[in-house]
Design a protein around this ligand. Structure first.
Ligand SMILES: C[S@@+](CC[C@H](N)C(=O)[O-])C[C@H]1O[C@@H](n2cnc3c(N)ncnc32)[C@H](O)[C@@H]1O
Length: 343
Protein backbone atom coordinates (compact mmCIF):
# COMPACT_ATOMS: atom_id res chain seq x y z
CA UNK A 1 0.00 0.00 0.00
CA UNK A 2 1.54 3.29 -0.98
CA UNK A 3 0.75 6.40 1.06
CA UNK A 4 1.13 8.44 -2.15
CA UNK A 5 -1.80 6.60 -3.77
CA UNK A 6 -4.64 9.09 -4.41
CA UNK A 7 -7.14 6.22 -4.02
CA UNK A 8 -6.00 5.79 -0.42
CA UNK A 9 -8.78 6.06 2.15
CA UNK A 10 -8.64 9.28 4.14
CA UNK A 11 -8.97 9.97 7.85
CA UNK A 12 -8.29 13.43 9.26
CA UNK A 13 -6.55 13.10 12.63
CA UNK A 14 -8.40 14.94 15.41
CA UNK A 15 -6.76 17.52 17.69
CA UNK A 16 -3.40 17.10 15.88
CA UNK A 17 -1.75 20.18 17.38
CA UNK A 18 -3.05 19.47 20.87
CA UNK A 19 -1.88 15.84 20.75
CA UNK A 20 1.67 16.85 19.80
CA UNK A 21 1.73 19.55 22.48
CA UNK A 22 0.57 17.06 25.11
CA UNK A 23 3.01 14.31 24.11
CA UNK A 24 5.93 16.61 23.24
CA UNK A 25 7.77 13.87 21.29
CA UNK A 26 11.57 14.16 21.29
CA UNK A 27 14.26 12.57 19.08
CA UNK A 28 15.14 9.04 20.11
CA UNK A 29 12.01 8.39 22.16
CA UNK A 30 9.91 5.23 22.15
CA UNK A 31 6.24 5.80 21.30
CA UNK A 32 3.19 3.55 21.19
CA UNK A 33 0.30 4.52 18.96
CA UNK A 34 -2.36 2.22 20.40
CA UNK A 35 -4.80 3.03 17.59
CA UNK A 36 -2.67 3.49 14.47
CA UNK A 37 -5.66 3.95 12.14
CA UNK A 38 -4.47 5.63 8.96
CA UNK A 39 -1.29 6.80 10.68
CA UNK A 40 -1.99 10.53 10.82
CA UNK A 41 -1.01 11.07 14.44
CA UNK A 42 1.64 8.38 14.18
CA UNK A 43 3.36 10.10 11.27
CA UNK A 44 3.68 13.34 13.20
CA UNK A 45 5.07 11.47 16.21
CA UNK A 46 7.41 9.44 13.99
CA UNK A 47 8.85 12.55 12.38
CA UNK A 48 9.54 13.99 15.82
CA UNK A 49 11.19 10.90 17.34
CA UNK A 50 13.16 10.50 14.11
CA UNK A 51 15.44 7.70 12.97
CA UNK A 52 16.84 7.13 16.44
CA UNK A 53 13.34 6.64 17.85
CA UNK A 54 10.91 3.73 17.82
CA UNK A 55 7.17 3.66 17.16
CA UNK A 56 5.05 0.64 18.04
CA UNK A 57 1.85 0.74 15.99
CA UNK A 58 -1.13 -1.22 17.16
CA UNK A 59 -4.52 -1.78 15.53
CA UNK A 60 -7.25 -4.40 15.49
CA UNK A 61 -7.72 -3.66 11.79
CA UNK A 62 -4.89 -5.29 9.82
CA UNK A 63 -5.57 -3.10 6.77
CA UNK A 64 -5.25 0.11 8.76
CA UNK A 65 -2.16 -1.19 10.52
CA UNK A 66 -0.45 -1.95 7.21
CA UNK A 67 -1.32 1.48 5.82
CA UNK A 68 -0.04 3.25 8.92
CA UNK A 69 3.19 1.23 8.95
CA UNK A 70 3.76 1.94 5.27
CA UNK A 71 3.14 5.64 5.84
CA UNK A 72 5.75 5.78 8.60
CA UNK A 73 8.32 3.74 6.72
CA UNK A 74 7.91 6.11 3.75
CA UNK A 75 9.03 9.17 5.72
CA UNK A 76 11.87 10.50 3.62
CA UNK A 77 15.37 10.85 5.03
CA UNK A 78 16.81 14.35 5.43
CA UNK A 79 17.42 16.01 2.07
CA UNK A 80 15.04 13.60 0.31
CA UNK A 81 12.18 16.13 0.20
CA UNK A 82 8.81 15.28 1.73
CA UNK A 83 7.99 17.35 4.78
CA UNK A 84 4.58 17.81 6.36
CA UNK A 85 3.46 15.80 9.33
CA UNK A 86 4.27 18.73 11.61
CA UNK A 87 6.22 16.66 14.09
CA UNK A 88 9.46 18.64 14.24
CA UNK A 89 13.00 17.77 13.30
CA UNK A 90 13.38 14.31 14.80
CA UNK A 91 17.14 14.04 14.63
CA UNK A 92 17.75 14.40 10.90
CA UNK A 93 14.70 12.97 9.08
CA UNK A 94 13.90 9.46 7.97
CA UNK A 95 11.60 6.91 9.56
CA UNK A 96 11.98 5.64 13.10
CA UNK A 97 12.16 1.95 13.82
CA UNK A 98 8.57 0.81 13.21
CA UNK A 99 7.13 -2.15 15.12
CA UNK A 100 3.59 -3.40 14.56
CA UNK A 101 1.07 -5.32 16.59
CA UNK A 102 -2.12 -6.59 14.98
CA UNK A 103 -4.44 -6.91 17.96
CA UNK A 104 -5.84 -5.00 20.90
CA UNK A 105 -3.94 -2.14 22.46
CA UNK A 106 -4.41 -3.99 25.74
CA UNK A 107 -1.65 -6.30 24.44
CA UNK A 108 0.71 -3.48 23.45
CA UNK A 109 2.52 -3.13 26.81
CA UNK A 110 3.48 -6.81 26.76
CA UNK A 111 4.67 -6.47 23.15
CA UNK A 112 6.87 -3.57 24.18
CA UNK A 113 8.27 -5.37 27.22
CA UNK A 114 8.96 -8.42 25.04
CA UNK A 115 10.97 -6.14 22.73
CA UNK A 116 12.97 -4.97 25.77
CA UNK A 117 11.63 -1.41 25.53
CA UNK A 118 9.76 1.08 27.70
CA UNK A 119 7.44 3.74 26.33
CA UNK A 120 8.11 7.46 26.59
CA UNK A 121 4.83 8.30 24.82
CA UNK A 122 1.49 6.56 24.58
CA UNK A 123 -1.42 7.70 22.42
CA UNK A 124 -4.87 6.16 22.10
CA UNK A 125 -7.36 7.78 19.72
CA UNK A 126 -10.37 5.62 20.52
CA UNK A 127 -13.13 4.29 18.29
CA UNK A 128 -13.08 3.86 14.55
CA UNK A 129 -11.48 5.53 11.54
CA UNK A 130 -13.56 7.24 8.84
CA UNK A 131 -12.85 4.64 6.10
CA UNK A 132 -14.12 1.85 8.35
CA UNK A 133 -17.52 3.54 8.60
CA UNK A 134 -17.57 4.62 4.97
CA UNK A 135 -17.03 1.05 3.74
CA UNK A 136 -20.55 -0.45 3.70
CA UNK A 137 -19.08 -3.96 3.72
CA UNK A 138 -17.74 -3.39 7.26
CA UNK A 139 -21.29 -2.97 8.53
CA UNK A 140 -20.79 0.05 10.83
CA UNK A 141 -23.06 2.44 8.98
CA UNK A 142 -26.82 2.83 9.33
CA UNK A 143 -26.89 4.98 6.21
CA UNK A 144 -25.07 2.54 3.88
CA UNK A 145 -26.56 -0.92 3.50
CA UNK A 146 -24.16 -3.79 4.10
CA UNK A 147 -23.68 -6.96 6.12
CA UNK A 148 -24.35 -6.40 9.84
CA UNK A 149 -20.75 -7.03 10.86
CA UNK A 150 -19.13 -4.14 12.86
CA UNK A 151 -15.95 -6.01 13.81
CA UNK A 152 -12.89 -3.76 13.88
CA UNK A 153 -10.93 -6.96 13.31
CA UNK A 154 -12.96 -8.80 10.67
CA UNK A 155 -10.84 -11.94 11.10
CA UNK A 156 -12.16 -12.90 14.55
CA UNK A 157 -15.05 -12.73 16.99
CA UNK A 158 -18.81 -12.46 16.75
CA UNK A 159 -20.53 -10.03 14.39
CA UNK A 160 -23.37 -7.65 15.24
CA UNK A 161 -25.66 -10.01 13.28
CA UNK A 162 -24.60 -12.84 15.63
CA UNK A 163 -25.52 -10.73 18.70
CA UNK A 164 -28.82 -9.63 17.21
CA UNK A 165 -29.66 -13.24 16.29
CA UNK A 166 -28.75 -14.88 19.59
CA UNK A 167 -29.02 -12.56 22.61
CA UNK A 168 -32.14 -12.95 24.74
CA UNK A 169 -34.49 -9.93 24.59
CA UNK A 170 -33.57 -8.71 28.08
CA UNK A 171 -29.81 -8.80 27.36
CA UNK A 172 -30.30 -7.03 24.04
CA UNK A 173 -32.30 -4.29 25.76
CA UNK A 174 -29.69 -3.89 28.51
CA UNK A 175 -26.88 -3.71 25.96
CA UNK A 176 -28.66 -1.06 23.87
CA UNK A 177 -29.44 0.96 27.01
CA UNK A 178 -26.00 0.67 28.58
CA UNK A 179 -23.77 1.22 25.52
CA UNK A 180 -26.16 3.40 23.50
CA UNK A 181 -27.87 5.27 26.33
CA UNK A 182 -31.04 4.62 24.29
CA UNK A 183 -34.26 5.22 26.23
CA UNK A 184 -36.30 3.12 23.81
CA UNK A 185 -34.03 0.11 24.29
CA UNK A 186 -36.81 -2.22 25.50
CA UNK A 187 -39.09 -1.45 22.55
CA UNK A 188 -36.21 -1.90 20.08
CA UNK A 189 -35.18 -5.21 21.63
CA UNK A 190 -38.78 -6.42 21.55
CA UNK A 191 -39.11 -5.58 17.83
CA UNK A 192 -35.80 -7.29 17.05
CA UNK A 193 -36.91 -10.48 18.79
CA UNK A 194 -40.34 -10.40 17.07
CA UNK A 195 -38.74 -9.87 13.67
CA UNK A 196 -35.99 -12.45 13.97
CA UNK A 197 -38.56 -15.14 14.79
CA UNK A 198 -39.52 -15.12 11.10
CA UNK A 199 -36.72 -13.22 9.29
CA UNK A 200 -32.99 -13.24 10.10
CA UNK A 201 -31.61 -9.70 10.59
CA UNK A 202 -28.40 -9.68 8.60
CA UNK A 203 -28.15 -6.22 6.96
CA UNK A 204 -27.44 -2.77 8.39
CA UNK A 205 -30.25 -1.24 6.31
CA UNK A 206 -32.71 -3.81 7.59
CA UNK A 207 -31.81 -3.13 11.25
CA UNK A 208 -31.83 0.65 10.75
CA UNK A 209 -35.35 0.49 9.22
CA UNK A 210 -36.56 -1.74 12.04
CA UNK A 211 -35.31 0.80 14.63
CA UNK A 212 -36.84 3.71 12.71
CA UNK A 213 -40.18 1.88 12.79
CA UNK A 214 -39.98 1.87 16.61
CA UNK A 215 -38.34 5.23 17.40
CA UNK A 216 -39.65 8.35 15.71
CA UNK A 217 -37.14 10.85 14.38
CA UNK A 218 -37.50 14.21 16.10
CA UNK A 219 -37.15 17.30 13.89
CA UNK A 220 -33.46 18.23 13.68
CA UNK A 221 -32.56 15.19 15.79
CA UNK A 222 -30.10 12.39 15.11
CA UNK A 223 -31.06 9.30 13.12
CA UNK A 224 -33.01 7.01 15.49
CA UNK A 225 -30.59 4.18 14.63
CA UNK A 226 -27.54 6.08 15.91
CA UNK A 227 -27.60 4.94 19.53
CA UNK A 228 -28.38 1.28 18.84
CA UNK A 229 -25.61 1.09 16.22
CA UNK A 230 -23.16 2.64 18.70
CA UNK A 231 -24.23 0.12 21.35
CA UNK A 232 -23.76 -2.87 19.05
CA UNK A 233 -20.36 -1.61 17.87
CA UNK A 234 -19.15 -1.17 21.45
CA UNK A 235 -20.40 -4.65 22.39
CA UNK A 236 -19.08 -6.43 19.28
CA UNK A 237 -15.60 -5.03 19.85
CA UNK A 238 -15.68 -5.06 23.67
CA UNK A 239 -14.48 -1.48 23.40
CA UNK A 240 -14.91 -0.61 27.07
CA UNK A 241 -13.25 -3.87 28.17
CA UNK A 242 -10.15 -3.10 26.07
CA UNK A 243 -10.07 0.46 27.39
CA UNK A 244 -10.30 -0.75 31.01
CA UNK A 245 -7.44 -3.19 30.36
CA UNK A 246 -5.28 -0.40 28.89
CA UNK A 247 -6.06 1.92 31.83
CA UNK A 248 -5.12 -0.89 34.18
CA UNK A 249 -1.79 -1.31 32.37
CA UNK A 250 -1.16 2.44 32.62
CA UNK A 251 -1.80 2.27 36.35
CA UNK A 252 0.60 -0.65 36.76
CA UNK A 253 3.20 1.03 34.55
CA UNK A 254 3.07 4.17 36.70
CA UNK A 255 3.74 2.38 39.99
CA UNK A 256 7.19 1.86 41.48
CA UNK A 257 9.39 -0.37 39.39
CA UNK A 258 8.04 -3.87 38.80
CA UNK A 259 8.38 -6.36 35.99
CA UNK A 260 5.33 -4.62 34.47
CA UNK A 261 7.14 -1.25 34.23
CA UNK A 262 6.52 -0.58 30.57
CA UNK A 263 6.37 3.21 31.02
CA UNK A 264 9.68 5.10 31.14
CA UNK A 265 10.19 7.77 33.82
CA UNK A 266 8.40 10.93 32.69
CA UNK A 267 6.29 9.02 30.14
CA UNK A 268 3.38 10.98 28.69
CA UNK A 269 0.05 9.28 28.07
CA UNK A 270 -2.70 10.91 25.95
CA UNK A 271 -6.14 9.48 25.26
CA UNK A 272 -8.83 10.87 22.95
CA UNK A 273 -12.40 9.78 23.73
CA UNK A 274 -15.51 10.45 21.67
CA UNK A 275 -18.34 9.81 24.11
CA UNK A 276 -18.88 9.84 27.85
CA UNK A 277 -18.77 6.04 28.21
CA UNK A 278 -15.12 6.23 27.08
CA UNK A 279 -14.19 9.55 28.58
CA UNK A 280 -15.45 8.82 32.10
CA UNK A 281 -13.11 5.88 32.83
CA UNK A 282 -10.15 7.82 31.34
CA UNK A 283 -10.92 10.83 33.53
CA UNK A 284 -11.28 8.64 36.62
CA UNK A 285 -8.13 6.59 35.95
CA UNK A 286 -5.98 9.68 35.30
CA UNK A 287 -7.52 11.36 38.38
CA UNK A 288 -6.55 8.39 40.57
CA UNK A 289 -2.95 8.50 39.27
CA UNK A 290 -2.70 12.22 40.04
CA UNK A 291 -4.24 11.80 43.51
CA UNK A 292 -1.68 9.12 44.39
CA UNK A 293 1.20 11.31 43.18
CA UNK A 294 2.05 8.87 40.38
CA UNK A 295 1.26 11.33 37.58
CA UNK A 296 0.70 15.00 36.96
CA UNK A 297 -1.80 16.43 34.49
CA UNK A 298 -0.32 17.67 31.22
CA UNK A 299 -3.69 19.16 30.30
CA UNK A 300 -5.89 20.86 32.88
CA UNK A 301 -9.01 18.68 32.64
CA UNK A 302 -9.58 17.99 28.98
CA UNK A 303 -9.21 19.78 25.68
CA UNK A 304 -11.64 19.66 22.75
CA UNK A 305 -11.57 20.94 19.18
CA UNK A 306 -11.53 24.60 18.21
CA UNK A 307 -14.49 25.91 16.20
CA UNK A 308 -12.28 25.85 13.10
CA UNK A 309 -11.43 22.17 13.58
CA UNK A 310 -15.06 21.33 14.31
CA UNK A 311 -16.05 22.88 10.99
CA UNK A 312 -13.25 21.28 8.99
CA UNK A 313 -13.66 17.83 10.57
CA UNK A 314 -17.13 17.09 11.98
CA UNK A 315 -15.81 13.83 13.49
CA UNK A 316 -13.73 15.96 15.87
CA UNK A 317 -16.89 17.53 17.31
CA UNK A 318 -17.16 15.27 20.35
CA UNK A 319 -13.43 14.58 20.84
CA UNK A 320 -11.99 15.02 24.33
CA UNK A 321 -8.24 14.77 24.88
CA UNK A 322 -6.81 14.05 28.33
CA UNK A 323 -3.13 13.61 29.09
CA UNK A 324 -0.89 12.91 32.07
CA UNK A 325 2.82 12.63 32.70
CA UNK A 326 4.01 9.73 34.83
CA UNK A 327 6.29 11.08 37.54
CA UNK A 328 7.19 7.95 39.52
CA UNK A 329 7.18 7.87 43.32
CA UNK A 330 9.91 8.75 45.82
CA UNK A 331 12.19 5.78 46.34
CA UNK A 332 10.95 4.00 43.23
CA UNK A 333 14.18 4.75 41.42
CA UNK A 334 12.03 6.06 38.60
CA UNK A 335 11.46 9.62 39.77
CA UNK A 336 11.98 12.23 37.07
CA UNK A 337 12.29 16.03 37.21
CA UNK A 338 8.94 17.83 37.47
CA UNK A 339 7.54 19.23 34.22
CA UNK A 340 8.37 22.88 33.60
CA UNK A 341 4.77 23.60 32.65
CA UNK A 342 1.60 22.31 31.12
CA UNK A 343 1.28 21.87 27.39
C1 LIG B 1 -9.88 6.95 15.46
S1 LIG B 1 -8.99 5.72 14.60
C2 LIG B 1 -7.32 6.24 14.81
C3 LIG B 1 -6.89 7.24 13.77
C4 LIG B 1 -5.43 7.61 13.86
N1 LIG B 1 -5.12 8.29 15.09
C5 LIG B 1 -5.02 8.45 12.66
O1 LIG B 1 -4.52 9.57 12.86
O2 LIG B 1 -5.18 7.99 11.53
C6 LIG B 1 -9.09 4.37 15.68
C7 LIG B 1 -8.37 3.12 15.23
O3 LIG B 1 -8.22 2.31 16.38
C8 LIG B 1 -8.49 0.98 16.08
N2 LIG B 1 -8.93 0.38 17.34
C9 LIG B 1 -10.08 0.58 18.01
N3 LIG B 1 -10.09 -0.12 19.16
C10 LIG B 1 -8.89 -0.76 19.24
C11 LIG B 1 -8.29 -1.63 20.20
N4 LIG B 1 -8.93 -2.00 21.32
N5 LIG B 1 -7.04 -2.08 19.96
C12 LIG B 1 -6.39 -1.71 18.83
N6 LIG B 1 -6.91 -0.92 17.88
C13 LIG B 1 -8.15 -0.44 18.07
C14 LIG B 1 -9.52 1.03 14.97
O4 LIG B 1 -9.47 -0.14 14.19
C15 LIG B 1 -9.09 2.28 14.20
O5 LIG B 1 -8.22 1.95 13.15
Amino acid sequence: VSSADPAQPKHIPVLPVEVLAALSPQPGQVAIDCTAGLGGHAEAIARAVGPTGTVLLCDLDAGNLARAADRLRSIPAAGAGGGGGGGGEGGGGGPPKVLTHHGSFAEAPRELLAAGLRADLVLADLGFASPQVEDAQRGFSFSRDGPLDMRLDPTRGSTAADLVATLPERELADLIYRFGEERESRAIARRIVQTRASTPITRTGQLAELIRSVVRRTPGGIDPATRTFQALRIAVNDELGHLDALLDWIDRGARPQTRDSWLAPGARVAIIAFHSLEDRPVKQAFGRLVERGLAEPVIDGMVGPTDAERQANPRAGSAKLRAVRIVGTPGSGRASPPASGSA
